[in-house]
Ligand binder design. Structure first.
Ligand SMILES: [Zn+2]
Ligand SMILES: [Zn+2]
Length: 442
C-alpha cells in the first residue's frame, strides 16, 4: 500500500488509544544525531533535539550501541505502510540509563541496559501472559487493526504501522515503560554480545521454538541473514541431526558450513526442494522461512508484486510446504506484510503441516535465559558480527547493507558514548570514500 494512501486511511480511521504517547518532550539545550527516513532509499543522519522524560514510566537511554536490521530494509524500500517523513528508525539498541522516570523501580541511572525492539506495557492481558510483542496497548495503528483484526505491539523506529515511536538509530532514545522494556546487563558481558538481545538473538531462538526444533530432528532454514544464521546455531545446539541452510551468498554459505550445516546455493542448485529430498528422503521435520517477502525468483511473482496484485511473494512459503515432511512444521519468521497469490494451501492441508507464523518474537519472554547462555559462553552472537561503523555513516551503511556489499552481515554501530571495540570484535571501518576502509586508530 502506498504510504500516502495508508497515512490518509489512518487519519480517516483515527488512531487507536494507547497507554503511552509516541510524542515526547525534548531537552532544552541538547541535540543528538539520529537516522531519519525521507523516502525510497533516502535516509539521512541529522541533528535533532534529544528526548527527555515525558512520562513517569520512561527511561532515557544514552546509546552506546545500535545497528541496522534486515527488516529495516523494508522501510528503506518504502515497503511498510504508514511511514512518515522524518521518522527516526532503528529498533535494536543498548546504552546507559541517562534519566529514569519516578515510577521506574528496576532500573537506576547509570545502569547498562539493552532494549527490546518492542514496546510492551507490562500490564495488559498479553503482557501478563509473557507475550510482550503482542501488547495490546502500545500500537496506535488503526490501519493495522483493520487489516489484521488486532495489531502487534508498538515497535521502536518502525513507522506508524508500529505505533510511530522514535527509534534507536540515534544517540538518545526515550524508552516507554522502561522497567518492562530494558534488561540490565552484567558488567562482564561486552556490548558487542549484549546488543543483539534486542532482537536477533531472541528472534532466532523463537523461530526454532516455533518450528518445533528438537534433538534428532532435521531442519531446513531459508535465508542466512543474522536471524537465519543464528537459527542454524540454535538448531545445532538443540541437537538437530541435520541442518540444511539455503542462501546464495558465498560468505554466508561458508559460515553456515563452519557451524556444521549442509548448504544449498539456490543460485546454482535451482531445484531447492529436490536438493532437500536428496539429503532427507522423507522431507525435513522442521522448516524455518527466514528469507523475506521481497525476494521473488520467478518473473510471474516479480510482475505481480510490481503491479500491485500482491504485496508478498509465496515462492519460499511454497518451497517450505513442499520440502517439509508429512505432519512436519513450518515456522515463518521472515517479515510478511499483507497478501500473497498462488499459496500452496493444498499441501498445507493434505500433508498435515503445522504452518506457524512466529509473530514478532516476545523478547522479554526469552531474554533472561538467553543472557545466561551468552554469559556461560554456550552461545556467542558475535559469530554474525562482521563490521563496526560510526553513527555518522548510517546512510552509507544502509546503502551498502541493502546492496549486500563488503560481506556485511551484522554491524555494530557506535556513537560518541561508546567504549572502544572489545578485543576480538571488528575494528571501526568507514564507507565514506565509497569503499570499505579501516579507520586508523591512535
Ligand atoms: Zn531487527
Ligand atoms: Zn501490554
Amino acid at each position: 500500500m502506498n504510504t500516502i494512501i495508508a497515512n490518509s486511511a489512518e487519519k480517516a480511521l483515527g488512531d487507536r488509544p494507547t497507554a503511552t504517547t509516541r510524542d515526547y518532550t525534548t531537552r532544552q539545550n541538547e541535540t543528538m544525531l539520529a537516522l531519519r527516513w525521507y523516502g525510497d532509499k533516502d535516509v539521512r543522519v541529522e541533528e535533532v533535539p534529544a528526548p527527555t522524560l515525558t512520562e513517569p514510566t520512561d527511561v532515557i537511554v544514552r546509546v552506546t550501541g545500535t545497528t541496522v536490521c534486515g527488516s529495516d530494509l523494508h522501510l528503506y524500500h518504502k515497503e511498510i505502510m504508514q511511514l512518515q517523513k522524518g521518522e527516526i528508525l532503528g529498533h535494536e539498541f543498548m546504552g546507559i540509563a541517562d534519566e529514569v522516570g519516578s515510577e521506574v523501580k528496576s532500573i537506576k541511572q547509570g545502569d547498562r541496559v539493552v532494549a527490546s525492539f518492542q514496546i510492551a506495557c507490562g500490564t495488559c492481558q498479553f503482557c501478563k501472559e509473557g507475550l510482550t510483542s503482542m501488547c495490546d496497548r502500545t500500537n496506535s495503528s488503526a490501519l493495522q487493526e483493520k487489516l489484521y483484526g488486532k495489531p502487534f505491539a508498538g515497535l521502536f523506529g518502525y513507522s506508524h504501522f508500529a505505533g510511530g515511536f522514535a527509534g534507536g538509530q540515534a544517540e538518545f532514545v526515550r524508552v516507554p515503560f522502561g522497567s518492562v522494556n530494558l534488561l540490565k546487563i552484567p558488567d562482564h558481558v561486552p556490548n558487542e554480545k549484549a546488543l543483539y538481545l534486542s532482537d536477533i538473538v531472541p528472534t532466532s531462538y523463537h523461530a526454532t521454538v516455533c518450528a518445533d526444533v528438537e534433538k534428532g530432528k532435521s531442519v531446513a532454514i531459508w535465508g542466512l541473514g543474522p536471524v537465519g544464521m543464528l537459527a542454524c546455531k540454535w538448531s545445532k545446539l538443540a541437537g538437530a541431526k541435520r541442518v540444511i541452510a539455503i542462501d546464495q551468498i558465498p560468505e554466508r554459505l561458508a559460515l553456515a558450513q563452519d557451524i556444521g550445516c549442509d548448504t544449498i546455493d539456490f543460485s546454482k542448485q535451482k531445484d531447492v526442494v529436490g536438493e532437500i529430498y536428496k539429503l532427507e528422503p522423507l522431507g525435513v521435520d522442521c522448516c524455518i522461512d527466514a528469507a523475506a517477502f521481497r525476494y521473488t525468483k520467478t518473473l510471474r511473482q516479480s510482475a505481480e508484486r510490481l503491479i500491485g496484485l500482491e504485496t508478498d511473494s509465496s515462492e519460499i512459503p511454497n518451497e517450505t510446504l513442499r520440502a517439509v515432511r508429512k505432519f512436519g512444521t513450518v515456522a515463518v519468521v521472515a517479515d510478511y506484510a499483507a497478501m500473497t497469490n498462488h499459496f500452496l494451501i493444498g499441501a498445507l492441508m493434505e500433508k498435515g503441516i503445522t504452518y506457524r507464523g512466529c509473530g514478532q518474537a516476545p523478547v522479554q519472554k526469552y531474554w533472561h535465559q538467553l543472557l545466561e547462555k551468552i554469559e556461560s559462553g554456550e552461545f556467542d552472537p558475535t559469530v554474525v558480527l562482521t563490521h563496526r561503523f560510526a553513527i555518522e555513516e548510517f546512510s552509507e551503511l544502509y546503502k551498502a547493507f541493502d546492496e549486500k556489499k563488503h560481506g556485511i552481515m551484522k554491524t555494530y554501530v557506535q556513537t560518541r558514548f561508546s567504549p572502544p571495540p572489545t578485543a576480538g570484535t571488528p575494528p571501526l571501518s568507514t564507507l565514506r570514500q565509497g569503499d570499505l576502509k579501516p579507520v586508523p586508530t591512535g
